[in-house]
Structures are given as C-alpha cells and as structure tokens.
Design a protein. Structure first.
Length: 66
C-alpha cells in the first residue's frame, strides 16, 4: 500500500515545515501513484489553510522515517 508524503510549509513563516501523509486506499504502483496524486492536493489544501505544499512523493504506507 502506498501513501502520498507531502512536505508543506507555513505561508506566514516558510521556515516552519512539516511532512503529512495521505493514505491511498487503492492498490497501485509508484508510477500510478505519481499520476493520480495531484487531485488529492486540493482537498488537503482546503483542510490545511495557511500551509503550502513545497514537494511531494509517493512512498510505502509502512515507511516510518517521516
């Protein structure tokens, strides 16, 4: 199972950044994840006003290093 890992920073203070995980429910490979990930950004941004996505990646949902 994969997850989208977002690196986002506060708009008011770009030095304050965090990583967020969006768990994907569908089984897919990394290439498919990169193709289908962008539509998840809009709802995330609406739920996290004041934060700006700086970068993102697809990774194993079991990855613990974030």
């Amino acid at each position: 199972m994969l997850a989208i890992i977002l690196s986002a920073c506060l708009m008011k203070d770009p030095n304050v950044c965090r990583e967020y995980r969006i768990q994907l429910q569908e089984q897919m490979d990394t290439v498919s994840c990169t193709m289908y990930a962008p539509p998840y950004f809009v709802p995330w941004s609406e739920e996290h006003p004041g934060w700006q996505i700086k970068r993102w990646r697809c990774a194993s949902a079991a990855e613990e290093d974030i």
